[in-house]
Design a protein around this ligand. Structure first.
Ligand code: FAD
Length: 432
């Protein structure tokens, strides 16, 4: 296979946002660690409210998961609603679900207001059932969501599935018309430019190495150290996702970094593209070890999954290309002779309870755990944390749930147990 080990989305960004050149300022109101959806959405909102903001990014703007993902702007959360209600009770889950719907509107609003050319489109998502029992679960979820949250999902029985997907391997599907698709690299780039226009300073190649708290006349001040200098701030927001480092050890303990990989084919003929995905949905299947796929705006099939559980490296990316190609042909035999042109990987930020979390750790704000829902959720959470910093009422439902730490061995930087996690999910997929 002659495949480019390059992120296809990145290739579509013409003039990427550039970080602020020159030395770091001495002090700002807020330092944000990480220039992904979460950090940049917060930076934009804070700067618009008149605060001085410095975003410190270890690599380049949008370098983390935010430019590498499937670009699916999804409603709901990773776990099924009945599971969430059993765990947290109805009222908190109603607020979480409402936040998930609000987050799609927020992405749409930002794209419109900031004029971001990222092919945002309300295509809807389609979840496909890999087993009969999964399809029965869809009906239960859809009924519960309608009853408790007044949000409508459409159940698609197997005999009608060809109207949604050109594959015969699934037992049925569930459609949510509210979800959307976009080009994530262009979206994160547009968010960065919007934050800069609002007055935030974005500093690339500025890895935060250490954060110290000192008492000051006003109460407390943070000293944030990077090779580019030391910066003082009244508040710090950790938006470092799956790429969190030992600079913030308390957060590092909570994050489980999991690799996910994507291939993109050559451009498909319009008739073939229409056959594979007649309504151009964002599609994912019902397994734990799932596949997610969609057409790109230029009609490539983009097909992703957790082919390898380890965070991305040259070897996991290369091995994933063939595993994913086989997975893709399993779903779409029509693509047997289609060339795969791109493969890349990224790292997802999972929490042990598979939930997004926000709050304060060592006096610093944080938000993490977006897993496969971060396009919308991280954007929303960044704006929400900006509100918290500005003193808005604290009504963030994800800040009010317990945040369990990951077991030793699943923590960042100590990933020997990830293949075991992979095996665990494969076994779960076999039996459930
Ligand atoms: C392959 C893949 C496919 C996905 N598909 C989807 C999808 O289709 N839909 C969806 O909703 N979600 C998807 N996701 C998840 C989504 O991309 C993430 O949840 C989201 O991008 C998280 O955004 P973030 O801003 O929190 O983190 P990131 O975008 O990862 O940004 C964190 C940044 O922090 C920086 N950083 C870390 N430590 C430091 C430090 N000490 N100093 C300075 N900088 C630091 C990193 O360099 C990084 O750039 C996918 C993820 C992957 C990897």
């Amino acid at each position: 296979m002659d495949i480019r080990e390059t992120n296809y989305w990145r290739e579509t960004v013409c003039e990427p946002a550039q970080g602020t050149s020159g030395p770091l300022p001495d002090s700002v109101d807020v330092v944000i660690v990480g220039a992904g959806f979460c950090g940049l959405s917060a930076a934009c909102a804070l700067a618009k409210r008149g605060l001085s903001v410095a975003v410190l990014e270890a690599e380049t703007i949008g370098w983390g998961a935010s430019c590498r993902n499937g670009g699916m702007v999804l409603t709901g959360m990773k776990l099924p609603v009945p599971t969430l209600i059993a765990r947290y009770g109805l009222e908190p889950v109603q607020r979480m679900y409402a936040a998930s719907l609000e987050s799609i509107d927020l992405v749409e609003q930002i794209v419109k207001e900031e004029n971001i050319d990222c092919s945002f489109s309300r295509r809807g998502h389609l979840e496909v059932a890999c087993k009969e029992s999964h399809f029965e679960g869809f009906s239960e979820s859809a009924a519960r969501i309608k009853r408790e949250f007044h949000h409508e999902l459409r159940i698609v029985p197997r005999r009608e599935l060809r109207g949604e997907i050109g594959s015969d391997i699934y037992y049925g599907g569930m459609v949510d018309e509210t979800s959307a698709g976009l080009n994530p690299a262009r979206y994160v780039d547009g968010l960065a430019k919007a934050a800069q226009r609002a007055g935030a300073c974005l500093h690339e190649h500025a890895p935060v190495e250490h954060i110290k708290t000192e008492a000051s006349s006003g109460g407390r001040i943070f000293r944030v150290k990077s090779p580019r200098g030391i910066l003082s701030a009244k508040e710090v927001f950790l938006a470092s996702g799956a790429y969190t480092t030992s600079a913030t050890p308390a957060l590092l303990k909570k994050v489980i970094p999991i690799g996910s990989y994507i291939i993109a084919t050559e451009k498909l003929q319009p008739e073939l593209a229409r056959e594979l995905s007649p309504r151009n949905r964002m599609i994912y299947d019902s397994k734990h070890f799932l596949y997610y796929y969609r057409l790109t705006p230029d009609n490539r099939m983009l097909f992703g999954g957790r082919a390898k559980f380890f965070p991305e490296s040259e070897s996991t990316v290369r091995e994933s290309a063939e595993l994913l190609r086989r997975g893709m042909i399993g779903v779409y035999p029509q693509l047997r002779d289609t060339k795969v042109e791109f493969v890349w990987g990224g790292t997802l930020d999972f929490a042990f309870d598979v939930m997004p979390h926000a709050g304060v750790v060592d006096g610093m704000h944080f938000a993490v755990g977006f897993a496969g829902h971060g396009v919308a959720a991280a954007t929303w959470m960044g704006a929400k944390i900006a509100g918290t910093i500005c003193g808005d009422p604290d009504d963030n439902p994800f800040a009010q749930i317990p945040f369990p730490g990951a077991p030793i061995g699943l923590r960042s930087g100590n990933t020997w147990a990830l293949p075991l996690a992979g095996m665990y999910y494969r076994v779960l997929d076999f039996f459930t």
